[in-house]
Design a binder for this molecule. Structure first.
Ligand code: GDP
Ligand code: GDP
Length: 435
């Protein structure tokens, strides 16, 4: 079998060469303070815990415009490295949040459909590791804090990297292509009916089911193929062999839930239709939308037990944009809708809005509802563009971004949703200053 290839990319000076040297265990590439010193692609064969892979060093993938002809050449080299890679390490600098360059890189890497690990470098003390969480925003999964300079957490990075490569190989052997599988997590409090729903889903007529190793040793993912579409249900071990839960013990096995959410594209949040949404459910929905940035479908299960005379209401606010399906794992009611809604939300979550369409909605919105003054000055919303998908992310430019109140941001979100939908998907906003 061909030795898998890992490419390291990132803006100049974030510490790619330093990390490469750490991984390779010796001083290999030239490290220099001057941005862009590593000019060419260099290959190193590396072994970690008995697993061999090739590491490619690149000159950095910087998408900022530049007149330097050498820069363009370097970019070309990096793109080639990305094309041939099985896994990409995106190195970013952790001492401040993601820059526009990081966003662009993340976007480009996402469209390459390759697995990516986000390596948050220059966190020279464990106390700073929490800064890595800012990079969840890039939508590329769990960011890994390291200090290339001091070798902090580099062992963990190596473990992750090897896990990821092994998982790829397993998937290729599993026979169902990975690109097309929508990753789905089934989340909810104990006893709401997750296992029962899952069994219904995999028991569907014509469903083809196979198990694959997940990220950690005891995690299992289940690939389910229905109607020519593949769904990857993540971390299904606990769901398949029903874990015993003591009645009354109200808890998600929360770490598990969080990992599953992070690994998914769309979360099917299961609630008991009789109980409605608990505050704990609400917090989790909040996390899924605001922090993890995943699509959400809400299944209100056990609807066979609902008294048809009693109309159940769900708390508004957050749930406004989330599709709610009534299901019954007992009777089979609504089961087919689950995957239909997952498909719909998945495509909404990945949707891109062309800049002109976006700005015409923005102009319209601003003309209908004036912005309040900020310290006696007129606030102007100048321009917006979508800077990412999965979830959709929008960058707004204004002369005084701090002068745009929360209520107005909500208003803008509503206008965008009215026009473009984004059903079941969070949409993220960032406001920047520009005069
Ligand atoms: P590259 O251009 O991305 O390959 O970046 P380099 O590896 O050449 O590193 C650029 C600069 O950042 C050098 O001065 C490194 O010493 C410094 N650097 C790299 N990693 C770290 C780190 O973990 N912590 C700190 N404080 N500095 C680092
Ligand atoms: P989990 O802990 O979320 O995986 O929940 P289970 O799937 O184990 O279901 C908990 C209990 O609810 C079991 O006794 C199921 O038979 C029951 N149950 C699950 N779904 C339904 C449903 O749609 N209707 C009814 N009446 N009972 C259900």
């Amino acid at each position: 079998m061909k030795q898998p290839v890992v490419a390291i990319v990132g803006r100049p000076n974030v510490g790619k060469s330093t990390i490469l040297n750490r991984l390779a265990g010796k001083r290999l590439a030239l490290v220099n303070d001057e941005p862009g010193v590593t000019r060419d692609r260099i290959y190193h064969s590396i072994e970690h815990k008995g697993f061999r892979f090739t590491l490619v060093d690149t000159g950095g993938l910087d998408l900022a415009p530049s007149d330097d002809p050498l820069r363009t050449l370097v970019e070309e080299q990096s793109r080639k490295a990305v094309e041939e890679a099985d896994l990409i390490l995106l190195v970013v600098e952790g001492t401040h949040g993601p820059t526009l360059g990081d966003w662009r890189l993340a976007e480009e890497l996402r469209s390459s459909n390759k697995p990516v690990l986000v390596v948050v470098n220059k966190l020279d003390s464990v106390d700073d590791f929490h800064l890595a969480y800012d990079f969840y925003q890039l939508g590329l999964g769990e960011p890994i804090p390291v200090s290339g300079l001091y070798g902090l957490n580099v062992g963990y990075l190596c473990d992750k990297l090897v896990d990821c490569l092994k998982q790829n190989q397993g998937e290729e052997e599993g026979g169902i292509a990975r690109e097309e599988a929508v990753k789905v997590a089934l989340i909810g409090r104990p006893n709401v009916g997750k296992s029962s729903l899952f069994n219904r889903l995999v028991g569907e007529e014509r469903a083809i089911v196979s198990d694959l190793p997940g990220t950690t040793r005891d995690a299992i993912d289940t690939l389910v193929r229905v109607n020519d579409k593949t769904y990857r249900f993540v971390d299904t071990a606990g769901i398949r062999r029903k874990t015993r839960v003591r009645p009354g013990l109200e808890q998600y096995s929360s770490m598990r839930s969080f990992t599953s959410i992070k690994r998914s594209d769309v979360v099917v949040m299961v609630a008991d239709a009789q109980e409605g949404i608990t505050s704990q459910d609400n917090r989790l929905i909040n996390y899924i939308a605001q922090r993890a940035g995943k699509g959400i479908v809400l299944a209100a299960n056990k609807c066979d037990l609902l008294d048809p005379q009693v109309v159940k209401t769900f708390p508004p606010s957050l749930l406004r944009f989330i599709p709610i399906i009534l299901t019954s794992a007992r009777t089979g009611f609504g089961i087919a809708s689950i995957l239909k809604n997952v498909d719909m939300v998945y495509s909404q979550w990945r949707k891109s809005i062309p800049t002109p369409a976006l700005n015409s909605v923005l102009r319209e919105a601003v003309s209908r509802k004036a912005l309040p003054l900020y310290r006696g000055k007129k606030v102007r919303l100048l321009y917006a563009s979508q800077v990412g998908t999965s979830p959709p992310r929008f960058l707004f430019f204004a002369n005084y971004p701090q002068g745009i109140p929360l209520a107005y941001r909500r208003y803008l979100e509503n206008q965008l949703r009215k026009e473009f939908g984004f059903i079941g998907s969070p949409i993220w906003f960032e406001f920047r200053a520009q005069s």
